[in-house]
Ligand binder design. Structure first.
Ligand SMILES: [Ca+2]
Ligand SMILES: [Ca+2]
Length: 161
């Protein structure tokens, strides 16, 4: 009699697991497992929570001193600027929200990885730049996306509008 009941409950558990596979894709706060049935003095050490990065996209790349003032990254391997605070903002329904921050490395490079698809703005904190430097020409004539500058504006308030 007892065995028959367990079989029925296991069938219900399988049904629940199928439904929860769908829920696992949303962004709600709490993750929960499939149903676990324990009898007296039982032990189940197989309930594990697997996680993956929320996205496979990335944004970078370079903060540099445009020594010849042409708006193009052609200023030598030592033109990158280290230690610049770079902030990432993601566009949400309520406006831009901070999504991360990092510092440029010793060569002037920065990278935000494992991002979900979306709309973003990269922000540089000028307080972390050498004082004498101002932005060069963005999207300069003769440049490409790979070697141009993307600093198109400035603001005293965050998030940017
Ligand atoms: Ca240049
Ligand atoms: Ca660029």
């Amino acid at each position: 009699m007892r065995m028959r009941r367990v079989c029925l409950l296991m069938a219900v558990a399988v049904l629940c697991l199928g439904a929860e596979t769908v829920f696992a894709q949303d962004s709600a706060r709490y993750l929960y497992s499939d149903v676990v049935f324990l009898v007296d003095e039982d032990s189940n050490m197989t309930i594990d929570i697997g996680l993956i990065p929320n996205g496979s996209s990335s944004i970078g790349n370079f903060v540099w001193e445009d020594r010849d003032r042409d708006g193009i990254q052609n200023d030598g391997d030592d033109s990158g600027i280290e230690g610049v605070l770079v902030l990432l903002y993601s566009k949400e329904e309520s406006g831009y929200q901070k999504a991360g921050q990092t510092y440029t490395d010793s060569k002037g490079y920065y990278l935000f990885e494992n991002l979900p698809a979306g709309t973003y703005i990269v922000v540089v904190d000028r307080d972390t730049l050498p004082e004498e430097l101002i932005p060069t020409t963005p999207h300069a004539p003769g440049s490409t996306n790979e070697d141009d500058s993307n600093a198109i504006g400035s603001t005293d308030t965050l998030p940017p509008e």
